[in-house]
Design a protein around this ligand. Sequence first.
Ligand code: FAD
Length: 510
Amino acid sequence: QATDQYSRDHQEAKQTPVKRVVVAGGGTAGWLTAALLKKVIGDAVNITLVESEAIGTVGVGEATIPPIRLVNQVLGIDEATFLRDTKATIKLAIRFENWKQQGQQYYHTFGAPGKSMAFCHFYHFWLKARQQGLKHDLWEYDLNYLAAEAGKFARINAKDPVLELPFAYHFDASLYAKYLRKLSEGLGVKRVEGKISYVSRHKHSGNVKALHLENGHAIEGDLFIDCTGFRGLLINETLGAGYDDWSHLLPCDSAIAVPSERHENTAPFTRSIAHSAGWQWRIPLQHRNGNGHVYSSRYMSDSQAHDTLMANLDTKPLGDPKFIKFTTGRRRQQWYKNVVAVGLSSGFLEPLESTSIHLIQSAIVRLIKLFPHQGISESAVKEYNAQSKVEFEQIRDFLVLHYCLNEREDSDFWRDMRHLTLPDSLTHKMALFKQNGNLVREQNDLFLESSWLQVMYGQGLVPEDYHGLANSFSDEKTQAMLSSLYNIKREPLASLPTHDAYIQSMIDSA
Ligand code: FAD
């Protein structure tokens, strides 16, 4: 019987070419999915998006990482109008404050210290020089750090990669969703307003057949993208695709968010400030700051978390704080039957490294590559799910790294985080680095070697030695290289405008 069922399912899926795509949900995930699918796949599919203004969106998600610029490029977005319409600012880095110890800070920049070198990374030469008494810290050789600290930015058309200044954006989440909606509708995406009251399924396969709205309308489709947020109306409530709960590794399960007035000078970086049971973000926008406190309810009550956040806002709050609860982890099968979960419905990793919007982007790219034009195949679904799993796990490990290496003694939370049972994949990476600074970037890991380096070193993991190849340079040659890079990295700073001046010039040109 099971075999019969399997072959019926298989036949039905195979026989249904995908022409009608239905996106359920119109937050960042829904609109980004609709826009990218329509832009890339074009008229081969009809795309309908259903959203409910009465339900609304999660309303957070304002810091990004550099691959967002690829999305903008593919969508043909003009940067000046984008900055103007989403009240965006430039992000060069995240500054982690009080993470290793209270009073200490380090940066995770989108750049890299030094320069790229064959076989032996720059920082081995720097490690060797440090052993010989060099005073300059790693970040002194990173232009992103220098520009972030100076509050400066401009696009640099560097012929020399040493002078590249990789960046991403901070933007207003609600304005971003509006921006994407306008873009998608312009591309031909059909929007339907209404609350989905139930989801019907095909009898044999169990595939989703239609979304039924409260007003009596039904929207049928061949492929459904579940962008309904944490609840996962299709993937979870309808299909029960399962969830891997990772709270034992990342115990923060709550957040409280509140906007506040802007600062006079807009910083070109996100701040991540550790507190006694979690951390606070500060995201500078043109018209306000986005603030939030991510914490573990096992170690801190909601009212304590609220008071901690309000006591650590240094500008006047604008509006009421909003509480959000979540379970860290991932949907076990992010593509199940004819439903693909994208956005919060596919899983959630706390926003410590601003990875959620990127996960939306990469899910859509993966779906486009495996798009079931001729019908859904088992192998495409399997490949999609395998790739998503690795991607989530790699990001999870990188987030855990920030916590497990702390040296804080002020709370049970931080003490407990030091004694986590770590995934083998992470223990292995840390052991390699500890030995002689070896960094291994697994295939397609979102985070480059320079990211792992900055967080491991910033959190206090210092290699016992440097790579032997650093001895291929004499001490004099090493010193000359370091001193030359130190100067080269500073050269562009004098002519860079302030971040605010850059944003203003872009708005004026829009
Ligand atoms: P939502 O915004 O929740 O949208 C769900 C949509 O589904 C809405 O349109 C809703 O109306 C619709 N819907 C639901 N049920 C129904 C129904 N029955 N009928 C019709 N429509 C329905 N990401 C980053 O990249 N950077 C960050 O800095 C960042 N910070 C974050 C901070 C916090 C505290 C949290 C919780 C998340 C953060 N994220 C961040 C993640 C980011 O907010 C999300 O990835 C992003 O907003 C996408 O959300 P979504 O579209 O999946 O869900």
